[in-house]
Design a protein around this ligand. Sequence first.
Ligand SMILES: Nc1ncnc2c1ncn2[C@@H]1O[C@H](COP(=O)(O)OP(=O)(O)OP(=O)(O)O)[C@@H](O)[C@H]1O
Ligand SMILES: O=P(O)(O)OC[C@H]1O[C@H](OP(=O)(O)OP(=O)(O)O)[C@H](O)[C@@H]1O
Ligand SMILES: O=C(O)c1cccnc1
Length: 487
Amino acid sequence: MGERNLTLLTDFYELTMMQGYFKNKSNETVIFDAFYRSNPSGNGYAVCAGLEQMIDYIKNLHFDQDDIKYLREQKIFDEDFLEYLSTFRFTGDIYAIPEGTVVFPMEPLVKVIAPIMEAQLVETAILTIINHQSLIATKAARVAYAAKGDGVMEFGLRRAQGPDAGTLGARAAVIGGCIGTSNVLAAKLYDIPPLGTHAHSWIMSFEDELTAFRHYANLYPENTTLLVDTYDTLRSGVPNAIKVFSELKEAGKMPKKYGIRLDSGDLAYLSKKAKKLLDAAGFTDAIITASSDLDEYLIDSLKTQGAAINSWGVGTNLITSKDCPAFGGVYKLAAIEKDGIFIPKIKLSENTWKITNPGNKTIYRIYDKESGKIKADLIALIDEEFSEENSLMIFDPIETWKKTYLRPGSYTLREILVPIFLNGECVYESPKVMDIRAYCQKELDTLWDETRRLVNPHKVYVDLSKKLWTIKNELLDSINEFYHTSK
Ligand SMILES: Nc1ncnc2c1ncn2[C@@H]1O[C@H](COP(=O)(O)OP(=O)(O)OP(=O)(O)O)[C@@H](O)[C@H]1O
Ligand SMILES: O=P(O)(O)OC[C@H]1O[C@H](OP(=O)(O)OP(=O)(O)O)[C@H](O)[C@@H]1O
Ligand SMILES: O=C(O)c1cccnc1
């Protein structure tokens, strides 16, 4: 958050490796890709987020005197290296997918091209920033999807894993689809709507519920939501709320937005009963908000049960992404520059899908021209050229017999990795969070419904260009050959 110096927000091994690179004078330029391997919560996509904080981090990268002093005290860093660190700045290039874009496994969300000492140092912070916010933005997109157009308020700060997770999580939740947050610091910092109702303590602090409601309604005549479950929802809370709304109506002071909040009990049953009582009293447009340990599955179930709820407050399960607490993004070396040419590098794994994609790559999103929906993503090398006027054959990188042939003129292409830093200079201006949110809503519209469903969604293919696939296979062959013949 803000302008903090996060330079030491890295793993110790990044610094020990950096000193090693420094001593060997091997500060060649390298390419690292940050990507993730599977969508959180069994989702069909992820929403990437955190780029603005990553940019702030890179812009502010510098070891101040206090940092150098601390590192010196560790007694493993030599003076020449510490001297180098004292003037350290990021001088490389960074490409990234803009926040709010829907993304898929294996594609680089961030690509760093920089001298190896710089590219290595920034690994940990880039991952922690992008992993956290992408996780929460994706969870929020699921929750908002289940709410089917009703507003979802982010209520999680008190149960988040600390202040940063609560605040940056609120930012990410709004990017993914929440309409605002109860977190006032997040609302101020990121210019997002601060929202909320009131707590049980407000009711309990008065002699009786009716008096508490009257005071609250008089204080906030523009937007009055009354929490009706402190004593007895249907016998006391709802009738008292109706009484207060009737008094306001009679006095000609009817709030523009008004309603009740349910926070316990059977939310389907209570909301339907409450709606009947409100309707009968003429308050047909009262907003019925629900909260209480909600997540996307419960909201979906309440919708199926015909609950009369049209506003949702979601805290714990959203801000902590409780069912899936880690995004799992990784940062892997993809190429090393030798004599002005990038030599592709690959990391092997027992799992074929864990084998990295080598080289200096970019990503094209392929849309069906007629519907505007995503057909697939294509990871290609940056020097490859594609034209919508030509036919295109794409194939699954592992199950290569799965091929899709795209007729000329039947598809459109969009390159989704964009320049963020060039030669250490930031060339990108982050949009405001509410604009990122609006962009994300449009992005979500480019997914087929089958990909958005909560359970067993349809997979979007991320394919490799023929050239990239060939290079990858040649590298695999050469490694195999080397390790089988060099015994
Ligand atoms: N109709 C419903 N269908 C499915 N789940 C529901 C329904 N109504 C409520 N729930 C969920 O059931 C859980 C109820 O939890 P629990 O009984 O512990 O607490 P509560 O009713 O909220 O009361 P308290 O706030 O006093 O703990 C919550 O997660 C709530 O969202
Ligand atoms: O259930 P969550 O999704 O986490 O949403 C936030 C919860 O936080 C509040 O409860 P809390 O008991 O902390 O305060 P209260 O006394 O105002 O109800 C609120 O009433 C919600 O139940
Ligand atoms: O404003 C609310 O109703 C609220 C805020 C935080 C947590 N629970 C509820």
